[in-house]
Ligand binder design. Structure first.
Ligand code: COI
Length: 356
């Protein structure tokens, strides 16, 4: 892997370093796009090999109206974050896991994908080129959004003849408008996010477009987001539009097992390991709505949402509140452990962080 200094040299030699401080209200970052200096673009043609990746100034891209991604949704995305430490260094969290997940998704979507090394190097380069946009310690993070898309032209339904891998970044704060306060979810019983044999288990762009309607209706009713049930029995928890779900009962923490309909979250996986390491019993299994409503605590996990406590769940008109709508002790403990690791406040004994 290129060292931070080699990356920096590449950035400095190719582009005049964009210097100067950024005039941003760091205390009020939400989760909206703040355009930054550079994006990374790498193409791959029919030989399946990605080459010639480079930084470009952030801005619109040229795309055929007939591209596979625009016409047939042949596209995947990823999400990861960079945090600034007190000493000025920057930390990435498990970027190789995103690379592996992208490769898994690419296989499902009939796309070639960058190697793990190419992915991680490109992420490092993009973050370093945009380092002035990494929020100060404690003010948020730089959200990194890698995209893989069928950029070549098609007309009949077929894999595109050319692919583009692109990374852009944006400084972000908390995902939900509630900030760190608990969110209120509604269990959806008409719409489903995924079904067996579908693409629920990969991060394809279509999975997110298809939940917009349910999410819009829920938000109009004042809920933060929607919790989906399985599409067969309409009884077992799947996930929220943008994150995974966990329930806590005593010393047992449960989350729906990955059976192809649930997005294999990297925060999900990390929280499972962290919780086991702290003496909790963690089960990946079917979780019924009844168990959800009887839980002591409920929380969501995701790169964007980190660990978000759930204050209430509404199911068929019945509202159940958790912990007097406060932040549950287990959610709070796990949030604190994972963010301390991500921000480099504690020693990383897991080897999860990558320092730039
Ligand atoms: C993330 O958490 O990084 C995601 O990709 C979810 C997205 C809807 C913001």
């Amino acid at each position: 892997a290129p060292s931070a200094t080699r990356c920096e040299a590449a950035v400095a030699s190719t582009y005049q370093e964009t210097s100067g401080t950024v005039d941003l209200d760091w205390d009020n970052l939400g989760f909206g796009l703040v355009p930054t200096d550079f994006m990374y673009v790498m193409k791959c043609s029919s030989d399946g090999k990605f080459t010639g990746g480079e930084l470009k100034h952030f801005g619109p891209i040229e795309l055929s109206p007939s591209s596979g991604v625009l016409n047939y949704g042949q596209g995947l995305f990823e999400g990861l974050k960079a945090y600034r430490k007190e000493d000025g260094s920057i930390l990435l969290f498990r970027p190789e896991e995103n690379a592996l997940r992208l490769r898994m998704g690419a296989e499902r979507m009939c796309m070639p994908a960058p190697t793990v090394q190419q992915f991680v190097d490109a992420v490092k380069l993009t973050v370093l080129a945009n380092r002035r946009w990494v929020p100060p310690t404690g003010k948020g993070s730089l959200y990194i959004r890698p995209l893989l898309m069928g950029s070549g032209a098609v007309l009949g339904l077929a894999p595109a003849p050319e692919y583009t891998f692109l990374i852009f970044v944006s400084p972000v704060g908390t995902y939900f408008k509630e900030g760190l306060a608990p969110i209120n979810l509604i269990v959806e019983h008409d719409f489903h996010r995924a079904t067996r044999g579908g693409t629920g288990g990969v991060k394809t762009i279509g999975n997110y477009a298809s939940v917009l309607k349910a999410q819009k209706i829920a938000k109009e009713k004042g809920y933060s987001d929607v919790l989906y049930l399985d599409s067969v029995e309409k009884k077992y928890l799947e996930e929220v539009s943008s994150c995974n779900i966990f329930i806590v009962k005593g010393n047992v923490i449960s989350t729906p097992a990955l059976k192809g309909t649930i997005l294999p979250g990297i925060t999900r996986k990390s929280i499972i390991d962290v919780a086991r390491g702290h003496g909790f019993e963690v089960r990946e299994q079917l979780i019924s709505v009844e168990e959800l409503l009887e839980a002591d605590e409920v929380f969501c996990t995701g790169t964007a949402v980190v660990v978000s406590p759930v204050g209430s769940i509404t199911y068929r008109g019945k509202r159940v509140a958790y912990g007097n709508c406060g932040v549950g002790v287990v959610s709070k403990q796990l949030y604190s452990i994972i963010t301390s690791l991500q921000m480099g406040l504690v020693e990383d004994t897991m080897g999860w962080t990558v320092r730039l």
